[in-house]
Design a binder for this molecule. Structure first.
Ligand code: IMP
Length: 197
């Protein structure tokens, strides 16, 4: 069965291909020759994930899923959230985003935060949302060189055991994938596909 992942992001595609059964052929926006960067105009992760999946499903009539993720910081009322990529401006610069986040958190006691990922899936019979959450906290200075986005300032709760306190940018991608909000949402989605099949 053919199924479209509404993204141009090759890393995400490779990650999901490893998890989804080979009965499914994953097509990307590049495979469909869809050049448009679908604009994320909604105010929630759910809204944006759904908007992207719906656009492609309506245009190509292929079962389609799309994702959206963000960092939600408690002391900032859940910000940057849906605006995580462009928190410090439309340049979508990771370093600027981190600097602004640390500035806005200066002096705040509560540094708890969570990554949230939403996957929306649409076919002729279903409109489904799958969610993954990874809880942790934001440190005061970036640490580590791996990963992307806010990884260098985020310590997942699972790495707070004893004296091990590693940011997502200090652990291997394989270990990050085991804990990440994206992998949790993907696993729920894969389970759904397997049951549906
Ligand atoms: P996207 O929806 O996956 O493109 O994520 C939107 C933005 O959220 C990214 O540009 C990052 O700033 C942030 N983000 C999402 N997932 C992660 C992650 O696993 N680590 C660090 N930052 C992330």
């Amino acid at each position: 069965m053919r199924i479209c992942f509404a993204t141009h992001n090759k890393n995400k595609v490779n990650e999901i291909k490893k998890l989804i059964s080979s009965e499914y052929t994953i097509l990307t926006l590049d495979d469909l020759n869809e050049k448009k960067e679908i604009e994320e105009t909604e105010e929630t992760l759910e809204g944006n994930a759904f908007l992207k999946a719906e656009y492609i499903f309506n245009k190509y009539n292929i079962p389609t899923f799309a994702d959206d993720s963000g960092l939600e910081v408690t002391a900032l009322g859940g910000k940057p959230g849906v605006y995580s990529a462009r928190y410090a401006g439309i340049k979508k610069n990771d370093k600027d985003n981190i600097n602004l986040l640390l500035k806005n958190l200066k002096g705040k006691q509560d540094r708890s935060a969570q990554f949230k990922t939403v996957i929306a899936f649409i076919d002729n019979n279903n409109q489904k949302l799958f969610q993954g959450i990874t809880k942790g906290h934001i440190i005061e200075k970036p640490r580590g060189t791996k990963g992307f986005g806010y990884d260098s300032v985020f310590i997942p709760d699972q790495f707070l055991i004893d004296d091990i306190q590693k940011t997502f940018a200090e652990i291997d991608i394989e270990n990050k994938n085991k804990l990440s909000s994206r992998s949790k949402a993907v696993n729920k989605f894969v389970l759904f596909l397997n049951i549906m099949n």
